[in-house]
Write a protein that binds this ligand. Sequence first.
Ligand code: DQQ
Length: 491
Amino acid sequence: MTNDPLGARAPRPAPQRRGSDDPHRPRYHFLPPSAWMNDPNGLIQWKGVYHLFYQYNPEGPRWGVPDWGHAVSRDLVYWTDLPTALAPTPGGADADGCWSGCAVDDDGVPTLVYTGVRDGVQAPCVAVSHDDLLTWEKHPGNPVIALPEPDVGSIMFRDHSVWRGADGLWYQLVGSGLRGQGGAVLLYRSSDLLSWEYLHPLYVGDHTRTEPVWTGAMWECPDFFPLDGRHVLVVSARDEERLHYGAYLVGEYGGRRYAPTTEGMLDAGGCYYAPQSFTDDQGRRIQFGWLWERRNSRAVEEAGWAGVMSLPRVLSLRPDGALAARPAPELAVLRGRRTSVDNLQVAADTNVSLRHVQGDCIEILARFDLGDAERCGLSVRRSPDGEEETIIGYDRAEGALYLDTRRSSQSPDVETDERRTALALEPGSPLELNVFLDRSVIELYATGGVCMSVRVYPTRADSQGVEAFSEGGSSVVLSLEVWEMGSIWEE
Ligand code: DQQ
C-alpha cells in the first residue's frame, strides 16, 4: 500500500500556520507553522516525495525538548506540513528529547537513526515506518548503542550519518569530540542497523589549528557522502560555549579510513548550522541547513517563532577541490515580475539607486565588471536615506566577498556584524552575485558557489531599496535581473 502524503489521504489535518503578520517572517523559505525549529533531520526522497524532518519545539520559540517536525514536497519549493513524526516516549531512551539524526532506506523500510536523550545520556536510537514515513515505530531495544566506547575519551556522542558500504554492511558516524584534541567522528559497523560494532575514529580535527578553517572542539551533525569521485565530510563546529558554523572536508575514503585534503567553511555568513544532505532521484546531492535567528530572546518570544530552513542547495566540487553550493533550479518557479538593467556604469565612490528594483522578497542575479574599483557590490534592504542597509560587496585587494549587516537594523535587539570570506576571481572575470531576499533572510550565492547567509531585521518599512556601489574606482553592472518572489504558503 502506498500512502501519498501530498494526496487526499493524509491522516490528520496539517497544523495552522501562524505569525504571517510579522514583517520578518519569510515567505518562501520553509519554517514550521509556529514556535521553534533548528536542525534539518532525516532528509530523504521517498517514492518521488521529498521529506524534510526537523528539530521542533512546538511549545514556543525557544530550544526545548525536541520532537521531529515533518514536511513534504514534490519540488523542493512548496511544502506541506504533516503531523509530528517523532516525540519523546515517557520512560523511553528518548524521554528527554528526540535529537538529530538521519534517514536510510533499509531494503524498502524507511529507517531513522537519531539521538535519544534520557537523564543526560545521549545515545543512538532507531525507528522504522510502515506507512511511507507518516508514522514511526521505535525499536523496543533502544538505544541501539548504550554508551560511547569508554577508552576513546569522547566528550560528546550524538548525531548520525549512516550509509551502506560496498560490502553490504551499514556504517555509521556519530558526532563527537576527543578531549584535548578536537572534533571527531566515531565509526561503527552493523549488519542490521540494530547491533553496532565500534571500529575507530574515522577522523579527528585539531582544535588548535585555525587555518584554513578552525573546526572547533566538538563536531555535531556529521554528514558523510561521496561527491564527484571524492568523499565529503560535513560537520558543525562547536566548543563548550557555543555553536559556530558548518565546516567541510573533502578527501579520499577507502579501507574504512579517511584522508581529507581540502577544508573550508560551508557558508561564511554566520547563521548557517547543522546542515544535512541527501541524494535525490536525479543524482543530485542536496543540502539544507538551519538559519538561526539574530534577534535576542525577548524579541523572539514576542515574535512567536524562531528558525528558518535554508533554500535547497545543490552541492558540487570545484576543480580546486573546494565544495560549491548553488540554489536548486526548482526555485525559479517562484519568480514573478522581472526587472532588468544592463551595462550600468557606477562611477567611483557613488551609489546608483535602482529605482524600479526594490523589495524584501526578491531574487537578484547580478554580474559586475570590477573595472578599477577597490570595492563594489550591492546595498540591499536600504532605506531611502541610507539609515538602514545591508552591504554585499567584493574587496579586490583582499580577494574577499563581504556581507556587512552593521547598519541593517536600528533595533537594539539585533546582532549585527561584518563577515568576509575568500573569493578568488580570475583577472577580468566578472563577479556574480545571486541574492535571495526573503524578509529577515538573506542568502547569497557568489561566483564559484561561495555562500554567505545572514538574518536581518530592518525596522523601517521603507528599507526595501537596492543600490549598486563602487569605491576607490569605477565598476560596471554588466547585467542585473530582479524577480519578485512568490510566497510558498497560502496567505
Ligand atoms: N541540535 C540537536 C543536536 C545537535 C544540535 C538538538 C545541533 O542533536 O547536536 O536539537 O544544532
